[in-house]
Design a protein around this ligand. Sequence first.
Ligand SMILES: [Zn+2]
Length: 236
Amino acid sequence: MNATPVTDNIIQLTRLHFVNAFLVREEDGFTLVDTTVGGGAGKLLAAAGSAGAEIKRIALTHGHGDHVGSLDGLKEKLGGSVEVFLSDLDARIHAGEKVVEGKLPGSWPSIKTAPDVRLAGGERIGSLEVIRTPGHTPGHMAFRDTRDNTLIAGDVYTSYGGLAVSNHFNLRFPLATPATWDKDKDRDSARKLRELEPSLLVVGHGPPVTDPLPAMDRAISRAGGPAATSGAPAAN
Ligand SMILES: [Zn+2]
């Protein structure tokens, strides 16, 4: 597990060199955003311990296995002292409900832990604002740190070998695209996040992106579909 402070309040945790979770510092302890793949509970708890606080909340960007994989392990160790947040739609998918037409791509492992709070978007989790960003999954959420406008974008973007929207094939990190449910919605969510003008962008897969607006513009222009403002065809 690699622990890298990315702001005064956020530590990026990277497991197996490709999957990120984030410790977000609050007055009463940490909110852990995402849990990486399975088998990581001990390492995630140790990382929080080294950073000097307990994990009080777990906020999940979406229900894919490389984000919820260590949720049950953490819940076993933390029990009722931790509150779990997941979008209503992804929670319903995990509960076995069919919420969209057709087959859902990506990994949806069975998890025992049901969220305490089902998110619709617009809520606050400590300092984090919940932003509804469907597309990669039906219920995908991003989290904005209201203290400094750092954006935790989950899998709407990936940043290996440069920033990319997860709706189209990217040789540098090919895993996110085939797991993406609705490519147009994913691109619209990428635009919505760009409009927030984040000061720093962190993602589920890849390094933090400082001064992210030009990179987000380039990524969106490569993501296809009509241009956001001019109506001109997007560059390829
Ligand atoms: Zn995903």
